[in-house]
Design a protein around this ligand. Structure first.
Ligand code: COA
Length: 376
């Protein structure tokens, strides 16, 4: 057997720098910047379109550029009829993340530029994908519930349309503002697992739809985007703040992984938690559901005391989505409706300066041994 000097190895690629990016910086000490702008400054004022434009283009838009960008997204939101037919064929029990992944894959056949990896073609595909991922989620959900998809409302923003097309109700302005903030918080997070999957796929010079299909598959898992669905199941089970500590102690004694806690990069708190906690508190006050935040806070205190682990954004996103009226299985698709902007920005960056991503593995199998043919 050939011998190589044993290479450095970090399980799960923890701490490994796998590439450069100018899109997003996650500060382990609880900070987050998109293209140099602190998300805490943007989250409450910007809308999702503005942040998506920033991620794709590197600079904030002017008022005119923002309006044009919004119009381009609106023009691309409708799904091709064949994709709607496909959504009608899917089993009604299919998880919305699987519906989304299947839909993104199918959309590849319906847009121009598929195999043009130039910067401009990629930006056009990104706008189309940002628009249509949202519609795949809203139309896919309505169809799975035996309802007809709804036409866009031109008077509403992207976040407003998302809420309207999902529920059939014209949302309140404060609900649109909240969803914009949530979409901004989730829009990018440097080399998280789904974005990395997208970049690996893009690095083979596969197209943006292939990369986003990989990303959707990766986001689904409960250690990543799927955590917000699992967090809601946990909060539903706990029910009251008084039960939270005992619930957590029992779960830790079983060595269970508690969803909505821990993070690969943040060790002093997730930068997005304070904003999401405020949204949860605000929504709770408005609709008289003020129990969720105290349950989460009790869990946070107990986890901090027992394991020195911080909550991540999914802990508080879960009750916020419930207060919006979304069932838990839509939590991860809502994350995707926002992260699509980051995924596309990373695919563009990868294609603009590509090198195949192909790490090594450390062989730990049997030593070389003689082969004996199977006797027939
Ligand atoms: N609940 C209980 N213990 C946890 C934990 C959690 N959510 N997250 C980490 N830990 C513990 C691990 O068991 C491990 O303990 P040990 O050293 O005694 O074995 C230690 O903390 C380090 O965790 P590790 O799994 O090595 O961290 P990681 O960087 O590989 O994983 C996550 C990061 C996010 C995958 C992990 O924290 C997790 O599974 N969290 C729950 C899922 C989640 O909320 N995901 C959304 C992330 S935004």
């Amino acid at each position: 057997m050939t011998t190589e000097t044993k290479p450095a190895y970090s399980p799960g690629l923890a701490g490994v720098v796998a590439g450069e990016t100018s899109i997003c910086w996650v500060d382990p000490n609880a900070g987050l910047m998109y293209r140099g702008y602190d998300i805490h400054e943007m989250a409450k004022q910007a809308n999702f379109e503005e942040v998506a434009y920033l991620l794709l283009n590197g600079e904030l838009p002017t008022a005119q550029e923002l309006m044009d960008f919004g119009r381009k997204i609106a023009a691309e939101r409708e799904l091709p009829e064949a994709v709607l037919d496909m959504l009608r064929l899917l089993p009604k029990t299919m998880h919305p993340m699987d519906v989304l992944r299947t839909g993104v894959s199918m959309l590849a056949a319906f847009g121009p530029d598929l195999n043009d990896q130039s910067h401009d073609a990629n930006v056009r595909k990104a706008i189309r994908l940002i628009a249509r991922v949202s519609t795949l989620i809203t139309d896919g959900w309505r169809i799975s519930k035996g309802k007809d998809p709804l036409a866009d409302r031109n008077d509403l923003t992207h976040a407003g349309n998302f809420l309207y097309k999902l529920t059939g109700q014209v949302p309140e302005l404060w609900q649109i503002r909240m969803l914009d903030t949530i979409f901004i918080l989730y829009a990018d997070h440097e080399y998280n697992a789904s974005t990395f999957a997208a970049r690996v796929t893009a690095s083979t010079l596969a197209d943006m739809y292939a990369a986003v299909t990989s990303a959707c598959g990766t986001l689904k898992g409960p250690l990543h985007g799927g955590a917000n669905e699992e967090s809601m199941k946990m909060l539903d089970e706990i029910k009251t703040p008084e039960r939270a500590e005992a619930w957590m102690m029992e779960a830790l004694a079983r060595k269970a992984k508690i969803m909505g806690f821990g993070h690969r990069v943040y060790k002093k708190g997730d930068s997005r938690v304070p904003i999401m906690r405020e949204i949860a508190r605000d929504y709770g006050k408005r609709i008289g559901k003020e129990n969720w935040v105290p349950i989460c806070e009790k869990l946070e205190q107990t986890m901090e005391r027992e394991k020195q682990l911080c909550a991540n954004v999914d802990l508080y996103a879960a009750p916020v989505f419930t207060m919006f009226g979304f069932p838990p299985e839509l939590n991860t698709p809502i994350f995707a409706a926002s992260r699509i902007a980051g995924w596309c920005a990373h695919v563009i960056e990868q294609h603009d300066n590509n090198r195949l991503i192909r790490p090594r593995s450390l062989y730990v199998g049997p030593e070389e041994r003689p082969y004996k043919a199977v006797t027939k």
